[in-house]
Design a protein around this ligand. Sequence first.
Ligand code: ATP
Length: 367
Amino acid sequence: MARVVFEQVTKQYDNGYVAVKDLNLDIGDQEFVVLVGPSGCGKTTSLRMLAGLEEITSGNLYIGDRQVNQAPAKDRDIAMVFQSYALYPHMSVFENMAFSLELQGVPKAEMRDRVQSAAKQLGIEPLLDRKPKQLSGGQRQRVAVGRAIVRNPAVFLMDEPLSNLDAKLRVQARAELSRLHQKLGTTFIYVTHDQAEAMTMGSRIAVMNQGILQQVDTPQNVYEHPNNVFVAGFLGSPSMNFFDATLQAEDGELKVQAGSLTLPVPEEMRSRYQEYVNRPLILGIRPEGIYTSTYAPSGIQPFPIRAKLSVVELMGHEAIVYCTLPDDTEFIARLDPRAKLTAGDTLDLQLDTSRFHLFDKESEQAI
Ligand code: ATP
């Protein structure tokens, strides 16, 4: 069993900086959890504490049933893949992969079998005699993963292992790691600042900001029901559009007033929002919650708006369009590229009011 638990874990560095604050995170055996957040939010520190490379300041860490607060790194039964891969340049791929087994005193024949088997899984058998400098970036990344696999650890930790690869290779390697996780059935904890990587790889994602865990859930739930403005803005590209807003009660109906927009609140949401009438709020609408009239799907709750298209980026499968309302409010829409989209034109669009998000302006929490 390789359940991993962070219980109220805090890390304060010697200079007084609190990099991780009261982290509570319960990762199930065989789960693939991604820690995601902007640079400096404490992801790597969290992983390094778990690996035993950094001491925790307070709280408890468990791997399996064991509390490992003080356990040396080598006794934690984990393997870490670093962003830099940290391969030994003077050793061959085989020697790099065998190194940790040699330290453990694993017999030579077994060592060879384990390296061969990991190399086969990763398709790097023909490279075993090469030195790291004779490998491409993608091959090095596989060797780094292979070095972790041979140890047969209870938990894999990965710190931005794909960030040195070009965009195409990264997408490919992403799928390879997901397949590897399914095959190995081992707990994976993966750190990235790339929200697309987090959304596609994790069975759950843990979003961090400024040392504080913001939300943990499946990628889809976090995307559709973000807890707060930070999470809403961090996941999704282009980001969610935000507007200052208030809720108004009129003739028994609730409306969201945001600049020149007055949007009806769908009936099923009315009771939830009633107490926020006249309080300052933030309205969030994702770029894909906006459609051209021609290509709006059925099943949305459409609200018509007219907007001027200031910039149109045609991407093949979609168009990212920067729009401006008559009151100069700007927003971004992700539109069907088959529509006639010309910068400078004014176009009728539809907002799907069933997909808007409201946040309390002061606390920035979803309401
Ligand atoms: P990145 O994606 O850039 O690696 P991260 O989310 O992994 O960022 P951490 O490396 O965990 O962030 O760092 C969290 C914060 O702690 C940062 O502000 C960093 O400057 C600070 N920090 C990291 N190591 C130390 C240290 N040894 N002493 C003091 N502060 C540190």
